[in-house]
Design a protein around this ligand. Structure first.
Ligand SMILES: NC(=O)c1ccc[n+]([C@@H]2O[C@H](COP(=O)([O-])OP(=O)(O)OC[C@H]3O[C@@H](n4cnc5c(N)ncnc54)[C@H](O)[C@@H]3O)[C@@H](O)[C@H]2O)c1
Ligand SMILES: [Zn+2]
Length: 368
């Protein structure tokens, strides 16, 4: 096993194991990180089926399991309620532990169950999508959506360990796989020019899911995110840079009724927010084109696949947690690898400017 990336938090730290075949050692990991606990696995029905039949590349480890319907529409208080009720009925006490096996939806939902069940029980993140491996499983943010917006109810609850086995990605559908790449682009864009350039140079290998290239991608992204969240676990400052692209992305996801995948929405959000940075003179011209070129070479969308009104997006952004005093706050990029910081970690932008830039996206004008 190669050495894990260690992520610090207020009460300690946790290892993130990134290793092809790591899932084979799940039972050992449970014994090490959840010793003596009655362990319940939470997975969506699709991932559970893949795991149970050995298609995630490991013989399944027998444990109690709770499942829910796959997809973003399950990241709700209702699903949280059903899972916790089931745990009470099964007689699980505060000495239990959880395994969140699946994508970011499972990590957020099962993580929120872990954060709240009996006022908090420990859990392992076992991400099986690229997006969850290189982003969502790290950082301790858990939560669910409400009808008014994404992630509006949640808690910070760091996992005991993260076990990322890139072999599990073989069964991932193309759209889901590519969606994960947009979070890696974001990591390069906000914090590491050299990493962004590496993704540019390795785009073809990444779209082929080349194992060695993928392992580096996941590790570097986890390192970047790990440092940011360790500096500012509760998002009072720097952690806000991880929201780059996300103010727009969350609005797009919501107005699409979650037809648009999170990663796809992040790709579009990065384009819109790069354009915003250019329009405000925060970034030099060329940023948006470079972002679009990379996203295109990774097979990510650069236009919404549906018609959408800027007003609908703005209305949704008004309930986003990143908005204060009527202005919309964005983590804007000054240049590849660096966030614009003249106003702190985020920049307040007049609604009219946001609306004008959204119009370009919504009218489907040429991308470059
Ligand atoms: N907590 C955080 O810091 C954070 C960060 C980024 C994103 N997120 C959240 O993550 C969510 C998106 O995560 P996601 O894209 O992983 O979605 P997801 O969990 O819905 O997974 C996508 C689909 O892939 C399927 N799947 C999972 N693993 C598979 C595998 N190995 N093979 C085949 N199919 C598999 C799932 O059943 C699901 O249908 C969003 O809700 C987003 O808000 C959270
Ligand atoms: Zn995201």
């Amino acid at each position: 096993m190669s050495h894990p990336v260690v992520v610090r938090h207020a009460l300690g730290s946790y290892p993130v194991y990134i290793e092809p075949g790591a899932l084979v050692r799940l039972e050992d990991m449970v014994n090490e990180h959840l010793p003596g606990r009655r362990v319940v696995m939470i997975a969506d029905a699709r991932v559970h089926q893949l795991y149970r039949t050995g298609r995630l590349g490991a013989e399944p480890w027998e444990s109690e399991t709770l499942t829910f319907e796959p997809g973003e529409r399950s990241k709700t208080r209702e699903a949280w309620g059903r899972l916790t009720d089931e745990m009470v009925e099964r007689g699980l006490g505060r000495d239990c532990g959880l395994i969140a096996l699946g994508g970011g939806v499972t990590g957020d939902l099962a993580g929120f169950v872990a954060a709240t069940y009996m006022r908090g029980v420990p859990y392992l993140q076992v991400p099986t999508t690229l997006l969850a491996m290189l982003d969502a499983s790290v950082g301790g943010k858990t939560g669910v959506n409400t009808p008014r917006g994404k992630n509006l109810v949640g808690a910070f609850h760091p996992p005991a360990a993260v076990i990322a086995d890139p072999r599990t990605l073989h069964t991932l559908q193309e759209r889901e796989y590519r969606g994960g790449l947009s979070e890696a682009v974001k990591h390069g864009l906000i914090a590491d020019e050299a990493y962004f350039a590496w993704i540019e140079a390795n785009a073809a290998a990444l779209t082929r899911r080349d194992p060695a290239t993928l392992s580096y991608l996941i590790r570097r992204s986890v390192e970047i995110k790990g440092v940011v969240v360790a500096d500012d676990e509760r998002e009072s400052g720097r952690r806000a840079i991880l929201n780059a692209g996300h103010t727009v992305a969350h609005a797009l996801e919501q107005v699409s009724g979650y037809e648009l995948l999170h990663g796809e929405a992040v790709a579009l959000g990065l384009i819109v927010e790069s354009q915003l940075a250019e329009e405000l003179g925060v970034a030099a011209p060329g940023l948006r084109s470079r972002v679009i070129r990379l996203l295109t070479s990774l097979g990510l969308p650069t236009q919404p696949p549906f018609t959408v009104q800027p007003e609908a997006l703005i209305g949704t952004m008004a309930t986003d947690k990143k908005n204060r005093e009527g202005r919309i706050h964005f983590a804007l990029v000054a240049r590849v690898g660096e966030i614009y910081r003249a106003n702190g970690w985020t920049t307040p932008v007049p609604v009219a400017t946001v609306q004008a830039v959204l119009k370009v996206l919504c009218e489907g004008k040429p991308s470059l």
